[in-house]
Design a protein around this ligand. Sequence first.
Ligand code: ATP
Ligand code: MG
Length: 396
Amino acid sequence: MKEIFLLKLGEIVLKGANKRQFESKLRQNIRRRMKAYGNFDVYLIQSTVYVEPMDDACDIDGAWEACNSIFGVVSLCRCRPCEKNMDAIFAAVEEYLGDDLDCAKSFKVESKRSDKRFPMTSIAISQEIGGRLAEAHPGVAVDVHDPDYTVYVEIRDLAAYVHGPAQPGAGGLPTGVGGRAMCLLSGGIDSPVAAYMIAKRGVEIECVHFFSYPYTSQLAKDKVLELARLVTRYSGRMTVDIVSFTEIQEAIRDNCPEEFFTLIMRRFMMEIAQRIAKQHGCGALITGENLGQVASQTMEAMTVTGAVVDIPVFMPLVGMDKEEIVTIARRIGTLETSILPYEDCCTVFTPKHPKTKPTLGQVIHAERDLDREALIQKALDTYEKVTVKYHDETGI
Ligand code: ATP
Ligand code: MG
């Protein structure tokens, strides 16, 4: 017997002129996401997206898992459609939810009637189905105030739907309604979480990674691409721009005072990232910076690194504790990869005593022997673009 998913949209963002754009983007995103799991019909009625498998070859569990990571969905449930009459509804509840009900100590039925042509009120529907279920399951008490389990009956336009408790969705806004931003992605714990958090606000993500072969290995680069792939589970496919940073780092090592190494390196990263971002239509940069975490993440250091950029720099983790960041990394599935022990170019030529309270004047002075523009231009001329998708084998 058939099972379909109902995905509910966020209420607040549904108000006003954005509603239509929001809804059509979400439907489009879900359609694209479902392709990897078979032939699904995806349609939207009254702020609810219906995801319906069209044949037996559909991978229902895979599709359900994917629906859990689609931004713009506040809650979702798997349900059984049936005819809009009380016998059919009762039979559907019995068959679809009967076992769950038997495991509960108490239950209630909650009904919603969005098809106002249906002759019974919601309360009458709940009473009748509740009464029949109480008779069929004498071991489970009725408790309308604090039930262990709730059976939901929804009378909608096309059919009636029965389901158990809905679960929270990924939240946020549909990917693509908030423009594009470029995340500086390292192999650490923080930057993939930062990318995820901005993606959650409806922003399409592109990533840039700086690597310093042979100081950093191919394995370190593969790790970053894997992190990007894990983020695409939420953000959809993305491009990762891999920028060779070796020459810039060697130039800094050979020409600048050691205490400024990291700061100068980060100024190069930000400036190169911004130039690629502008070429690719990204309106902001994203970093995983976190106030006070390391020497380059003080206010003074951020002033110095931010000075080379004139678009917004989003730092969604700036005020979080490491533990909070780790919790999100674990939940979104990036933590295990992040903690693999490969080096990052930030740890190449790390100063013994980095400057924590630099001024912009000091740093510009420390950079005076570098041909910044030539180094940046060379990096821009030689970077590599890699397309990353969650399901590499299907191309979706
Ligand atoms: P993360 O866990 O993200 O590596 P971190 O705490 O190690 O962060 P830093 O190494 O100081 O912090 O880097 C701060 C930010 O700079 C990172 O969150 C990331 O956005 C960016 N960054 C650092 N290294 C790289 C790199 N090799 N390529 C691209 N971006 C980088
Ligand atoms: Mg790092």
